[in-house]
Design a protein around this ligand. Structure first.
Ligand SMILES: NC(=O)c1ccc[n+]([C@@H]2O[C@H](COP(=O)([O-])OP(=O)(O)OC[C@H]3O[C@@H](n4cnc5c(N)ncnc54)[C@H](OP(=O)(O)O)[C@@H]3O)[C@@H](O)[C@H]2O)c1
Length: 333
């Protein structure tokens, strides 16, 4: 790679108002004037990246743009005394890949306070197998445990179970001793989910709401919901007494058609999970869990390795709900 030039997947708005994706040569001077310049070796694909690549204004306001909310690599220059050339680092969330050029480029330049040193016990590649999806699954479990969820309170439902967040949620919960019920729209993935630790796999349809009813059959001690909408409503209505629900996603919709009764008559807690602005101290604690205590033995099974060239087609499949697990992007070749 020429020292001044690098390749990035750029999203451009075209003449008819839709968005094109193409690999382009960029210059370091195209990057924003932040403190730390990083050579990206690994990135990963998240649903939010697919939305950014599709021109979603809720994620990215300005185009042309380089998505990629996750990046792992090596510092090449820094004016922040906390970081120096050669440091191995992770940047995930904050504004990376949203309105700041992200990890789908071979170089990024970010504020020093966004950076995390590579946690001991984890390679840069492994950190991107987790990426924001794995981090968010761990964040959900972290929050459910803070709220007092224990395995004796009943099974835990994971919705969108074959997704990047869902697969890790299944694995982490199973490892922590919970009985996991995985809800998925992909019947062919049942065996995969069982291998990750799900005790039972139910169809996405089975998790649909029955509008007009304040409660459904009480089943769940806890829930990790990655899809939102009527599936989240149904999950809340199906909680046992004092059930706890971590809500982190909206692939099925952002509305929540619900009454207050599950909360005021059954003591259900709905906990919002935001990984983007999660405080650095909390972030470090969760990454440390990922490095050792919650690390699945079969971490490689969660990821498909792809390159920048494979991204446009993989993004289309993700937007169509046809991907499974995590997609780790090798930018080191
Ligand atoms: N709050 C945060 O900080 C945070 C962080 C990361 C991600 N997220 C959000 O979490 C969600 C999941 O992210 P991800 O990266 O895991 O995405 P993903 O890999 O695309 O997985 C989403 C899964 O949802 C299910 N699904 C897809 N379309 C659906 C539909 N129309 N109705 C119901 N289920 C559907 C599919 O699983 P099945 O086929 O198995 O049902 C799919 O694999 C996204 O909304 C993302 O924006 C939030």
């Amino acid at each position: 790679m020429n020292k001044d030039k690098f390749t990035a997947l750029r999203i451009n708005r075209n003449a008819v108002g839709s968005f094109d994706r193409e690999l382009q040569e960029m210059r370091l001077s195209d990057l924003p004037p932040n403190e730390v310049t990083i050579r990206v070796l690994w990135s990963s694909l998240n649903y939010k990246d697919a939305l950014s690549a599709d021109g979603n204004r809720g994620v990215t306001r300005r185009y042309p743009h380089t998505p990629g909310i996750d990046a792992a690599g090596v510092v090449v220059a820094s004016v922040d005394p906390d970081w120096e050339k050669g440091d191995e680092v992770i940047v995930s969330c904050y504004d990376l890949g949203m309105n700041t050029p992200g990890g789908f480029g071979e170089m990024i330049r970010v504020p020093g306070r966004w950076i995390l040193p590579r946690p001991p016990g984890m390679t840069l590649r492994e950190s991107m197998i987790y990426g924001t999806g794995g981090f968010t699954a761990a964040h959900c479990l972290f929050r459910l445990l803070e709220l007092g969820l224990t395995p004796d309170r009943g099974p835990v439902l994971v919705t969108g179970a074959t997704g990047g967040v869902g697969t890790f949620a299944v694995a982490f919960l199973a490892r922590a001793g919970f009985k996991v019920v995985a809800a998925s729209g992909k019947p062919e993935s049942a065996e995969f989910l069982e291998r990750l630790g799900a005790e039972k796999v139910i169809s996405r349809e089975a998790g649909k709401d029955r509008p007009g009813r304040a409660f459904l059959r009480p089943r769940w001690g806890g829930v990790v919901d990655t899809v939102g909408g009527e599936y989240l409503a149904a999950a809340i209505k199906s909680c046992r007494y004092n059930g706890v629900v971590a809500c982190c996603g909206n692939t099925a919709g952002a509305d929540l058609p619900l009454t207050v009764y599950p909360f005021i008559l059954k003591g259900v807690t709905l906990a919002g999970i935001d990984s983007a602005e999660c405080a650095m101290e909390r972030r470090k604690k969760i990454w440390d869990k990922l490095a050792v205590a919650w690390r699945p033995d079969n971490l490689e099974e969660f990821a498909h390795e792809i390159t920048l060239t494979d991204l446009p087609e993989t993004i289309d499949r993700m937007l169509a709900g046809k991907t499974r697990g995590r997609y780790v992007i090798n930018l080191s070749r």
